[in-house]
Write a protein that binds this ligand. Sequence first.
Ligand SMILES: [Zn+2]
Length: 62
Amino acid sequence: MGVKVSTKYREIRCPICNKGKFIDVGNSRGKNSVACNKCGRFLILDWDKMIATAGATIKQGC
Ligand SMILES: [Zn+2]
């Protein structure tokens, strides 16, 4: 039948710096906590919604 299996990698871009990219190569589900390798900010990746939100900010002093 020649049905093509879609193996598109999903990608979420860092919402803070817009440079970092997170590629899903393992059919991720749910949420991941990652650090952007461009700006170093922590992000929560939500693979169900395909969005990234800023994670817990690093506490600095007061
Ligand atoms: Zn970033």
